[in-house]
Write a protein that binds this ligand. Sequence first.
Ligand SMILES: [Fe+2]
Length: 332
Amino acid sequence: MPISRRDFLAVGTSAICLAAATASSTALAGPPRSRRLRIAHLTDIHLQPELQAARGLATCFAHVQSRPAVASEGMVGDVIDTSPPDLIITGGDTIMDAFEADRARTKLQWELWRKVKADHCGIEMHSVVGNHDVWGWDRAKAGTTGTEPLYGKRWVCDEFGRELPYTSFDRGGWHIVLLDSIFPHEQTYIGRLDDAQWDWLERDLAAVDPATPVIIFSHIPILSATPLAVAGPSTPGASGIAVPGGRIHVDGDRFQTLLAGRRNVKACASGHMHLVEQLDFQGVRYLCNGAVSAGWWKGRNRDTDFGYAVVDLFDDGTVERRYVSYGWTAAT
Ligand SMILES: [Fe+2]
């Protein structure tokens, strides 16, 4: 949300007091942490020609690039930090749906994505694959055979300019991993890595200096309480609740084993649930980062507004996240 000059001055006075208080404690506690990277995590955009979604996404890109006010408590001189992000990471479900869509509808949505991005986004972008980005796995509805050259993840990988649906890179002293959570299961999908990606991930993390902090982005949460919040009985009248494997990684236990041996992995950020959550578990911060489309552009999803996450990565390996509403309301 934009802040007024009066509000800024009021906050600025507080900032001076906080700076003075913090400065005196800093002499005892050592230098304050320093932010190394700011990421705007735009997940679950679900871009479509309907519901003014393209205008909504353009509004979101404008907000991201207009130096959104983000409070960072406890930072000297940085109480109101309006720095724009260093890069954007999109969290999957870029387009409304290709999973059940025919070729023409999928092509229309990707063309719209390319146009809105070209016209309204001037920040470096990296992208995660979501289940709705995968073309034609529901063959009956999509009219696919499975033999099309662009079938499955080939199309979305081409759109993202990558050979593989997963990748990693270094920026700002951090190692950033983008995983592919989407694995076929019967007629649909579940959240997991296949053997090839597990092998790649273990080798990728092993090659990172243990002093270098790591953040992992996936579409489906690796660990989250949000599937429990929306779960119901496994069968009518059952006493337990069921969490489908499409809502959370089913190989979470293997992740816990891996991360226990890689203490430099500091955070895992996801989308998929269209809910906002922070869960700290065994030294790792798990962030579920809402949705640009909220409830698929029709309104809030439960309490989650149309928004995106500002994720700040610090030199001491800490991670802070703020969920930012960009001022969009559902088209009427
Ligand atoms: Fe989604």
